[in-house]
Design a protein around this ligand. Structure first.
Ligand code: ZN
Length: 149
């Protein structure tokens, strides 16, 4: 009887650990200017978040490039607009800009890239926006990122 209770405790402890998957996020972009997710949730319990971006389309990066950029929602518009002028060689991201929390390189169809960033500077009370900074894409290719325990 004691053994059975012990086993049950172990099982319930394991099921209370929902964070593992949230440390590694996968998102897809396609040739139709779409991410396959409009909302991402990450856990502050993760020291590092790794986002894998897959471009499931076929068009090359200079035509239909996608990246994954994270800012506070209040910084999203100005950073996205500044990114357009940064050029493909800078992944359409303003360089050395502290408003940019994380960004991946621009990829074309069939390619995959990853970006990792620390959760240390993220706040549960802050609203974050992820987007593609390729010129013109951010209007559609954007979503919210929220931080939970
Ligand atoms: Zn894009």
């Amino acid at each position: 009887m004691k053994i059975n209770i012990f086993v049950l405790l172990i099982i319930s402890t394991l099921s209370l650990e929902p964070y593992a998957a949230e440390c590694d996020q996968i998102i897809e972009g396609n040739d139709a200017l779409q991410f396959n997710s409009k909302a991402m949730t990450v856990s502050a319990g993760c020291e590092t978040i790794t986002v894998t971006l897959k471009h499931t389309g076929q068009l090359p990066a200079n035509i239909m490039g996608h990246n994954w950029v994270l800012t506070k929602s209040s910084d999203f518009m100005p950073v996205a607009q500044a990114g357009g002028g940064a050029g493909l060689e800078n992944d359409y991201v303003p360089q050395n800009d502290s408003r940019v929390i994380a960004y991946s390189k621009i990829i074309g169809g069939g390619e995959t890239t990853t970006v990792s960033f620390s959760t240390a500077d993220l706040s549960k009370s802050e609203s974050y926006t992820f987007f593609c900074s390729f010129p013109g894409h951010y209007a559609i290719m954007q979503g919210s990122l929220s931080v939970i325990d």
